[in-house]
Design a protein around this ligand. Structure first.
Ligand SMILES: Nc1ncnc2c1ncn2[C@@H]1O[C@H](COP(=O)(O)OP(=O)(O)OP(=O)(O)O)[C@@H](O)[C@H]1O
Ligand SMILES: [Mg+2]
Length: 325
């Protein structure tokens, strides 16, 4: 698969985030080509692991889940928070690698060229003097070992060399902005808010391992994530598109649900804008859309089964009752 084909596949589910999509697609493509070349002529090539950073509800997890579906290479995901809560981190990591082998049809060699996505790595940050943070650091060390390449003997009996496995890590990294501003912002004078945003964008684009270190990741771990892809805060427009466009968009889902009862659901464009405005206020990205949507439709979903004569339900405003017809 070429990078453009990977991006096209991602575009079907994930709205916006074009930069992150491209960076991810190129990383995966390059990884796959390197693995192919290594298999052909035995050259060991360095992989470049990827770090996805972006605000909550902006599509990090969705992006990786979609990538897994789009790609033809073995792919597993793991959650750093649950790794940190486990008493036996290495056992948990073994299980992750075992799943990778399963995805590769039981072939450790194929699994050795697969991709592992580790979500919520920002939760592994060290806060001095906290027990939970110590666990996080412990997980970072455990991850480090498999990220830089180790031969792991799994409980199932298989042996897996992790040197060529691509690792993609994701996290919201709340507080990183201010670290970036501190370490890079001197010398800029912003004339207006628009300039401010531009300066911020430029800074955001360059996250260095030292910034991640200051955030609380151990230097060796941060250093093994040379490629950083940023996801942006979703705009009002993008929130509207998320409700309408993707294959499993909320609007499609509820239209299908009501069509199944013989009723056509029509939501007028203004309503999507109102929902997006509320979602922006909640500040959890696209995550709040579903809740608002369901609340809005509850009266409709309640009434429809009792009304055999209904053929159409129209919503004109989030703040007015639905029109039954
Ligand atoms: N760019 C997007 N395109 C389409 N849907 C999106 C997008 N971003 C978020 N969503 C929707 O919001 C939900 C939450 O997104 P996701 O889990 O990817 O957020 P996240 O960035 O991983 O946040 P967190 O940092 O809290 O884990 C998704 O299930 C999806 O329905
Ligand atoms: Mg997530």
């Amino acid at each position: 698969m070429k990078p453009s084909e990977i991006v096209a596949g991602l575009d079907r589910q994930v709205v916006g985030q074009d930069d992150a999509k491209r960076i991810l697609a190129v990383a995966v493509y390059a990884h796959w080509r390197k693995a192919e070349m290594a298999a052909a002529d035995g050259l060991d090539m360095l992989k470049s692991n990827v770090l996805l950073i972006g605000p909550t509800g902006s599509g990090k997890t969705l992006l990786c889940e979609t990538l897994a579906r789009v790609l033809a290479v073995p792919f597993v995901t793991a959650d750093a928070t649950s790794l940190a809560q486990s008493e036996f981190v290495n056992d948990e990591l073994d299980a992750v690698l075992q799943r990778l082998i399963d995805r590769a049809g039981g072939d450790p060699a194929a699994a050795g060229r697969g991709i592992v996505f580790i979500d919520e790595v920002d939760k592994l940050k060290a806060i001095s003097g906290q027990a939970r943070a110590a666990a996080g650091e412990h997980v970072q060390h455990a991850l480090l070992k498999i990220m830089e390449g180790a031969t792991v003997r799994l409980k199932g009996g298989a042996t897996l060399d992790t040197a060529q496995i691509l690792f993609i890590c994701g996290g919201a990294f709340v507080g990183l902005e201010s670290i970036l501003a501190e370490t890079q912002a001197f010398g800029f004078i912003a004339a207006n808010a628009d300039d401010d945003q531009k300066v911020l964008d430029r800074l955001n684009a360059r996250v260095k391992p030292t910034d991640l270190f200051r955030f609380g990741l151990i230097p060796e771990f941060a250093g093994r994530l040379p490629i950083v892809a940023r996801l942006d805060q979703l705009t009002r427009d993008q929130l509207v598109r998320i409700m309408i466009e993707p294959g499993n968009a909320l609007y499609r889902q509820y239209r299908a649900l009501l069509a199944n009862e013989g009723v056509e659901l029509v939501i007028e464009p203004a309503v999507f804008g109102q929902i997006a405005d509320l979602a922006l206020e909640y500040k959890v990205g696209a995550r709040s859309l579903r809740g608002i949507f369901e609340e809005m439709l509850t009266p409709v979903l309640y009434a429809v089964p009792d009304r055999q004569d209904l053929t159409k339900v129209t919503l004109r405003s989030l703040f007015e009752p639905a029109v039954f017809g």
